[in-house]
Design a protein around this ligand. Structure first.
Ligand code: PMP
Length: 306
């Protein structure tokens, strides 16, 4: 599901009706991918709708803008409150939030000169990213023929709009081959991440995930899983992971705001473990859903009520 056409959109500090939230076709961001964005979820909790790890997402948005030297024209607090406002004003239940900061209409040319910064936040209902069965049954992924973009070419830990052409190529190829998602390798042939998710490998009770040197986006869900896994008594090794470790894993799962914690039951027709959601994935997933839904008091700091 995409933006639903009903909700108003927060634009540079004001709410604009959905139909009026338009930009010029000569916007810099449209031509050169010069934008940075976030994906955030809000969940139902006993105290009302709450946004998960909002502060960390807005911090990453500001970091991404800095990495690409896109001048932020609104203070942190305004963007932070804008996220709350758009959910509240649209009386949304559980939803997905999409903040985007892009270079707008001014002068064209690769060097951004005389172009305004535009900041928007959209919010709309969005269910399970990889399909309704994905969370319970897991998905089928394929190792992409496209390599993950590399830190020598892009600041990979920034969420730059243009970077997502790499993700789009990979996920398109995966879907055309009949898989739900792609896993990209880094420039050295090690496992990097999914087109929009980090990946975790479980083998003999040990959990591992690639580090920043594998060109990953440092996921906020990944960070949440580090804490959850630790509390469940597991350590997560951050290290290089070779392709064959995917095929030989007992369990594999993706993490991401959109994908949440999604088991991977098959990679390139290799069945992972028993081909069903594994026990460690199940435990981590359950703890994650308790946290996002405000059922774990120790994680209250991760939630911002709207
Ligand atoms: N990698 C990529 C390429 C992504 O787009 C995302 C989604 N933002 C992630 C990883 C997971 O990050 P997060 O858990 O912060 O959503």
């Amino acid at each position: 599901m995409a933006a639903d056409g009903k909700t108003s959109i927060w634009w540079n500090g004001k709410l604009v009706p959905f139909a009026d939230a338009k930009t010029h076709v000569l916007s810099h961001g449209l031509h050169y991918g010069s934008g940075v964005f976030e994906g955030i979820r809000a969940y139902r909790t006993p105290k009302g709708i709450a946004i998960f790890r909002l502060k960390e997402h807005v911090e990453r948005l500001f970091f991404s803008a800095k990495a690409y030297k896109i001048p932020m024209t609104l203070p942190f607090e305004t963007v932070f409150q804008g996220c709350r406002e758009v959910v509240k004003a649209n009386a949304l239940d559980e939803c997905y939030l999409r903040p985007l900061v892009f270079l707008g209409h001014g002068q064209l040319g690769v060097y951004p000169k005389n172009v305004p910064t535009e900041t928007i936040v959209a919010a709309y209902p969005w269910g399970a990213y990889l399909g309704p069965d994905a969370i319970e049954k897991g998905i089928r992924a394929t190792v992409s023929s496209w390599q993950r973009l590399h830190d020598a070419a892009f600041p990979c830990s920034a969420k730059g709009a243009g970077q997502y052409l790499n993700s789009t190529l990979a996920v398109r190829e995966a879907r055309e081959k009949g898989f739900e998602e792609a896993i990209l390798l880094d420039r050295n042939g090690n496992v990097s991440e999914g087109s929009g998710e980090n990946v975790f490998v479980v083998k003999n009770g040990r959990i591992a995930t690639p580090g920043l040197d594998s060109s990953i986006l440092e996921g906020i869900t990944r960070d949440s899983v580090f804490q959850i896994a630790k509390e469940l008594g597991y350590t997560v090794e951050v290290r290089n992971i070779v392709r064959a470790e995917l095929y030989g894993a007992d369990e594999l799962f993706f993490t991401g705001t959109a994908a949440e914690v999604t088991p991977i039951r098959e990679v390139d027709t290799y069945v992972i473990g028993a081909g069903v959601r594994g026990p460690i994935t199940t435990k981590i997933q359950a703890a994650y859903f308790r946290a996002v839904h405000g059922e774990d008091a120790s994680k209250a700091a991760w939630l911002t009520l709207v």
